[in-house]
Design a protein around this ligand. Structure first.
Ligand code: ATP
Length: 219
C-alpha cells in the first residue's frame, strides 16, 4: 500500500477578482522506500502541493490519504496529530524556533515525537555538518546552514515520510551530495522521501521524477 496518496487535488487562490488555479487535478502516490523528485517551473504548484499533502493547507477539491487514513477535511487538531506521526517537513523557511539553539531545536523535535536520543542528536548534527554550530541560534546561521539545520529537525523523529521543499537550494556541491546521502539512507531503511527541487543533480538521484506545469502533472 502506498504511504501517501493524493486524489485529484485542486487548489485555487483568490486575490481581488483574480483567481489562480495552483493545482488542477493532481493525483500522486508515494511508496515506502522511494525517493521522488517533484520538479517544475517557478509557480507551477510544487509548494502548494506539498502543503496540501501534509495537511498544512486544505485542497479545495480532492483528498489526501496517509497510510490509508484520510487527512483532508479533518479538524486542525486531527491533521496536526496525523502530520506529527507521519511526516518530517522541511519548508523553504520557518523550520526553526529562533529563540532556541540548533541543538535545542533538535531536542525539542525529538521530545515532541516522544523519543529524545542524545546520540542521534549528535549524529544528526554531524550528518548535516553542523556539529560546530550546535549552540548557535538560527538567526546566527548562513542560508545554507539554516537549510541544513532545518533538515536535521525534519529528520529528527525518523519520520516515515520526509517532505522537503528545495532542501539543497542554498548549499554547495559537497553539502548537496552529503544531503543526498541522507535521502538514500532513508530509502535503504524503507522510508519515503518527496523532494521539491530545481536541482538536476538531486532530481537525477531520485527513483522517479514527477513534473508539474501550471498545476498539472505532465508526463
Ligand atoms: N497564498 C497564496 N495566495 C495567492 N496565490 C498563491 C498563494 N500561494 C501560491 N500562490 C500562487 O499559486 C501558484 C503556485 O505557487 P507555488 O508556490 O505552489 O509554486 P512553486 O512551484 O512552489 O514555485 P517556486 O518554485 O517558485 O517555489 C503561483 O501562481 C503562486 O503565485
Amino acid at each position: 500500500m502506498p504511504l501517501l496518496v493524493a486524489h485529484e487535488l485542486y487548489r485555487f487562490f483568490h486575490i481581488g477578482d483574480d483567481e489562480t488555479a495552483a493545482l488542477r487535478g493532481v493525483s500522486f502516490q508515494l511508496a515506502a522506500g522511494e525517493i521522488v523528485a517533484l520538479t517544475g517551473p517557478s509557480g507551477s504548484g510544487k509548494s502548494t502541493l506539498l502543503s496540501c499533502l501534509t495537511g498544512l493547507d486544505e485542497p479545495d477539491g480532492g483528498h489526501v490519504e496517509v497510510s490509508g487514513v484520510r487527512l483532508t477535511r479533518r479538524s486542525e487538531a486531527e491533521r496536526t496529530r496525523i502530520r506529527a506521526a507521519s511526516f518530517g517537513i522541511l519548508l523553504q523557511s520557518g523550520n526553526l524556533y529562533g529563540h532556541l539553539t540548533i541543538e535545542q531545536n533538535l531536542r525539542f523535535q525529538m521530545l515532541l515525537a516522544g523519543n529524545p536520543d542524545e546520540e542521534r542528536l549528535t549524529a544528526l548534527l554531524e550528518g548535516v555538518g553542523l556539529s560546530h554550530r550546535a549552540t548557535a541560534f538560527s538567526t546566527q546561521l548562513s542560508g545554507g546552514e539554516t537549510a541544513r539545520a532545518g533538515l536535521a529537525v525534519a529528520l529528527a523523529a525518523d519520520p516515515p515520510i520526509l517532505i522537503a521543499d528545495e532542501p539543497t537550494a542554498e548549499v554547495d556541491r559537497e553539502t548537496e551530495s552529503r544531503l543526498i546521502g541522507h535521502f538514500e539512507a532513508r530509502r535503504e531503511a524503507g522510508l519515503a522521501t518527496l523532494l521539491a527541487t530545481h536541482s538536476e543533480a538531486l532530481a537525477n538521484r531520485a527513483d522517479r521524477i514527477v513534473r508539474l506545469k501550471d498545476g498539472r502533472i505532465v508526463r
